[in-house]
Design a protein around this ligand. Sequence first.
Ligand SMILES: [Zn+2]
Length: 165
Amino acid sequence: MCFTSKTVTRLLQDPPAKGIHRGNYTTRNGQTNQCSVKPESEWFLHEIKPLVSNELWEECNRIIDESLCKQKRPAKKPVHIFSGVVHCECGQRMYVPSNSPKYICRGCRNKIVIADLDAIFCEEIKGYSLSPDAIAKHLKSANETASEKERLLVVQQEELQRVKK
Ligand SMILES: [Zn+2]
C-alpha cells in the first residue's frame, strides 16, 4: 500500500476512527470506474470501538477542512500523450475531448480507450527495449537492405557508363 498525503487525509476523514462504521456509502460508476459517495440517507451506520475521541477527530477534521479550502486551485488539465499524434485508420488525427476516457477520430468518430492505447504502446516499447533478439533482427534486416541497395547502385552506375559510351 502506498501512503500518499491523500491516503492519510482520507484515513483521517474516515469516521471508523471515531467509532462509526459506514456501510453502503460509495458507488462505482461502471463506465468510468470512478468512485463517488452515495446520499447520506442510503448509508448504514454501525457503532464500533473508537480509536480516538470524538473531540480529537472533530478537531483533526476541522484542520483538514481549513487547509483544503486554502489549497483549492484549478485542477491541472490531464495530458494525453498521443493527442493529435495518433492517426485513425481513415487517416485523420485522434484527440481526447474533455472528460472523455477515449481518443476519438474527428473524421469518422472511431474510438480507442486511452488506457488501451497506453498499454499497447508500452507493450510495443517493451518488445524492443527488453529483447536484444528483436533489436539484432531489426539491425540485420536493415543491413541486408543497405547492402542490397549498394549492389543495385553499382549495377546502375555500370548501366550509366554503358549508356554514355
Ligand atoms: Zn477515422
